[in-house]
Design a protein around this ligand. Structure first.
Ligand code: DAH
Length: 349
């Protein structure tokens, strides 16, 4: 038996040497190591040997099998290496790379940057403030006393926190105007700041109302500031954002913390003023509230209104973005729908 095994090994090795490609090697494998291969059949017959021979034959048989298998692997590798060097394409086990999905900036961020850039170019500094505010800053110090009907202009989210008097003095800011007070308390004129930030209103949402939105507030206080400064600054801002040919219109409006108060509009950049859907046929688009800082507001922060005057303004950021990009529903901004957000990829910052 041992001789037959050795003989088979020699024959198998010689035949393997002759195999010149993968297909020949596979036939060789079937011929020797396959289920009906020569070695397999020989090994099977070991069981029929007398017990005293069986052990040695079994060990030798297994050795031959291991040797042939090792030789087979080596030959396979050699054939593959040869194929590679002759230019036959090797088996490509790599997947094409996955391109990383690049994000883009949110339309709110894009618009915020545009607005801040326009104002910083005019000498304004950008500051931020708290979203959870005291009643004092959000209303009281802005000349909106408790129980004054003007509070109805801002539907408020109150914090569930009571002071000793049983009042709820904290809220989610309904506008960025409270920062006017905080800035004036901390600094002395000249002041020129813009304050972008998130605001909250207890609001039934629809296409033009959302309970979370952004405003950009502005404040300039100094000696000798007049309504002409307000108009000149906001006019220049409108031209920078909406085009150099823009015209602006100021009309009286009421806000408790300014006197006089105005609402500012630009001529419609879609129709040029003749009337279209964007401007609801009027030719004008309102873009912000503004006014001369009320003397009472100045007095409260310790400024003498005979010495200092100032102007303030506040705009709704999403509204401007909606005009700029033709967005017809404010709820799209914060509903995280990628089909909407993706459209701003690559929009200039
Ligand atoms: N805070 C006002 C609002 O939310 C907007 C506003 C109007 C701000 C006039 C101002 C201003 O600074 O002068 O409706």
């Amino acid at each position: 038996m041992l001789e037959r095994l050795e003989e088979l090994r020699a024959r198998a090795i010689a035949e393997m040497e002759a195999a010149g490609d993968k297909a020949a090697l596979e036939s060789w494998r079937l011929a020797y190591l396959g289920r009906k291969g020569a070695l397999t059949i020989l090994l099977r017959s070991i069981g029929a040997l007398p017990p005293e021979e069986r052990r040695a034959a079994g060990a030798a048989g297994n050795q031959v099998k291991t040797d042939l298998e090792t030789a087979l692997e080596r030959k396979r590798a050699a054939l593959e290496a040869a194929a590679r060097s002759t230019g036959e394409p090797p088996l490509d086990i790599t997947l094409p790379g996955r391109a990383p999905t690049l994000g883009g900036l949110h339309p709110t961020t894009l618009m915020l940057r545009q607005i801040c850039r326009a104002f910083t170019a005019l000498g304004f500094q950008v500051v931020e403030g708290p979203e959870v505010e005291w009643d004092y800053y959000n209303f009281e110090a802005l000349n909106i006393p408790k129980d004054h009907p003007a509070r109805d202009m801002w539907s408020t989210f109150w914090m569930d926190f009571q002071n000793k008097a049983g009042e709820r003095p904290m809220l989610l800011r309904t506008h960025t105007s409270p920062m006017q007070i905080r800035v004036m308390e901390r600094a002395r004129p000249p002041i020129r700041v813009v304050i972008p930030g998130r605001c909250y209103r207890y609001e039934a949402t629809d296409a033009t109302h959302e309970s979370i939105f952004f405003q950009v507030e502005g404040l300039a206080v100094d000696q000798g500031i007049t309504m002409a400064d307000l108009k000149g600054t906001l006019y220049e801002f409108a031209r920078r954002l909406f085009g150099p040919e823009r015209r602006v219109r100021f009309r009286c409006d009421y806000f408790p913390f300014v006197e006089p108060g105005v609402e500012m509009a630009i001529d419609c950049f879609a129709c040029g003023g003749s009337g279209c859907r964007l401007c609801s046929g009027s030719g004008w688009i309102e873009i912000m509230g503004a006014g001369m800082v009320h003397p009472k507001v100045l007095e409260r922060v310790g400024y003498d209104p005979q010495v200092y005057t100032g102007f303030a303004f506040g705009l709704g950021l999403e509204r401007i973005a909606m005009l700029q990009w033709g967005i017809n529903d404010i709820r799209l901004f914060y509903s995280n729908d990628l089909r909407f957000l993706k459209q701003f990829k690559g929009v200039g910052q």
